[in-house]
Design a protein around this ligand. Structure first.
Ligand code: GDP
Ligand code: ZN
Length: 329
C-alpha cells in the first residue's frame, strides 16, 4: 500500500531520472541503466534471494536469508528515491529480494508489500517502526513492580489502532496468590485477549508463550523490571544476550530511539525488542477515537446520544449506564 501510494506520487514527473521506470503491480522495475552500471536490474533474475530485514542502520540494512546467512545490503537507488523526509523506505521486518554481490553483501531490489506495521506518530506524521508484525506481547508483572492495568490498556488501544493482535503476559506469578488476579484476567479474556500467567523464574507458562509466539512476529512491550529479558531468555536461550548486546550498541550510537531490531527465534518466528519500542507511550490517539479502540466499550459507545460523547460528563451516556449496572468493567 505504502509503496503504491508513494510510487504514484513520485515515479511520475521527475523527468530524465525516472523515464525508464515502470511500476507493475507492486513490482518496481528499473529498466534504465543503473548509475553503478554493474548490477542486473531485472528483479526476477534467478540470482535474487528472499530475505528478512533485521535492522536498518543508516544506509545499510542487515538482511537474513531463510538459511540463516546474513547480508549487508544497500537499497537500490530507484527504491531509495521513494523515501520521504520523514522516513526511510525500509524498516526492520520488511521482506525483501536482494541481489547478492559477493558472499555477504548485496542490493535490495524489491520490498514486498507489508502485511502490517507498527507505527508511532509524532506531529501528525506517521513513522513506521517495524513491518510485518503479528502481535504485541505486553509484559507486566504481578508484583515488583505491581501490575498496572492502565499501561496494559494503552498498549491494547495501540494494538487496535494498528490492527494487531495482543497477548498479555503476567510475569512473576510466583510472587503472588494467583486467585487475586482472576478478576482482571477475566476482564481482558472477555475482551478476547489472551492472558498468560508466567514465571520466568519458575518456568511457568513458558511453553504456552512459546506456542503463542512460534512462527509469528511479536513486538515486546513493557516497563523495565517486569522481566522481559528473563522471559526472552527462558523462551530461547541466548536471546537475552543478543538483545543486551544491541542495547549497549544503541547507547553508543545515534540511532537509539527509533531503530527497531528483529530477533529470529530458534523455534520459528521472531521477536522485536528494542529500547525505543519498549518505552511505550500512547501514540497520538485522538480523544474522539479513544473509546472505539476498546473492544468492550465500543459496542456501548455507539449507542450514546451524542456522537462526540466523551463518556465522562454527559447526562445520557450508554457507556456510563453500562458501567453503573455492571455490564462493563
Ligand atoms: P526487564 O527489565 O523487563 O528486562 O526485566 P529483567 O528480566 O531484567 O528482570 C528484572 C528483575 O526481575 C530481575 O531481578 C529478575 O531476576 C526478576 N525476575 C524476572 N522474572 C521473574 C520471575 O518470574 N519471578 C521473580 N520472582 N523474579 C523475576
Ligand atoms: Zn457516552
Amino acid at each position: 500500500e505504502d509503496i503504491d501510494t508513494v510510487a504514484s506520487q513520485r515515479v511520475s514527473g521527475k523527468g530524465e531520472q525516472t523515464r525508464h521506470r515502470t511500476v507493475k503491480g507492486n513490482l518496481i522495475v528499473d529498466e534504465g541503466t543503473d548509475a553503478l552500471g554493474q548490477v542486473d536490474l531485472d528483479v526476477n533474475a534467478q540470482r535474487t534471494l528472499h530475505g528478512l530485514v533485521l535492522k536498518v542502520h543508516g544506509v545499510e540494512s542487515i538482511v537474513q536469508l531463510a538459511d540463516g546467512r546474513i547480508f549487508r545490503c544497500a537499497v537500490r537507488r530507484v527504491l531509495k528515491n521513494m523515501a520521504t523526509d520523514q522516513r526511510h523506505v525500509l524498516v526492520a521486518g520488511d521482506k525483501v529480494m536482494l541481489l547478492p554481490e559477493g558472499e555477504a553483501q548485496g542490493w535490495i531490489v524489491r520490498i514486498e508489500p507489508r502485511r502490517s506495521t507498527l507505527s508511532r506518530s509524532s506531529k501528525q506524521r506517521r513513522h513506521v517502526m517495524v513491518a510485518n508484525v503479528d502481535q504485541l506481547l505486553i509484559v507486566t508483572s504481578a508484583a515488583q513492580p505491581s501490575i498496572k492495568p492502565n499501561l496494559i490498556d494503552r498498549v491494547l488501544a495501540t494494538a487496535e489502532q494498528n490492527h494487531l493482535d495482543a497477548c498479555i503476559c503476567i510475569n512473576k506469578c510466583d510472587l503472588i496468590d494467583a486467585s487475586a488476579l482472576q478478576p482482571l484476567i477475566g476482564t481482558y479474556a472477555q475482551m478476547g485477549y489472551r492472558v498468560v500467567m508466567v514465571s520466568a523464574a519458575m518456568g511457568w507458562g513458558i511453553e504456552r508463550l512459546r506456542s503463542i509466539t512460534r512462527d509469528r512476529s511479536s513486538v515486546v512491550v513493557g516497563q523495565s523490571g517486569v522481566g522481559k529479558s528473563s522471559i526472552l531468555n527462558a523462551l530461547d536461550t541466548g536471546l537475552k544476550q543478543r538483545v543486551q548486546a544491541v542495547s549497549l550498541e544503541n547507547q553508543k550510537g545515534k540511532h537509539t530511539t527509533t531503530t527497531a531490531e528483529v530477533f529470529p527465534l530458534s523455534y520459528g518466528g521472531s521477536m522485536v525488542d528494542t529500547p525505543g519500542v519498549r518505552r511505550f507511550q500512547l501514540w497520538d490517539i485522538l480523544p474522539s477515537e479513544m473509546s472505539g479502540l476498546f473492544r468492550d466499550i465500543r459496542p456501548f459507545a455507539s449507542n450514546c446520544r451524542y456522537p462526540n460523547c466523551t463518556h465522562i460528563h454527559e447526562n445520557v451516556c450508554s457507556v456510563k449506564d453500562a458501567v453503573a449496572d455492571g455490564r462493563l468493567d
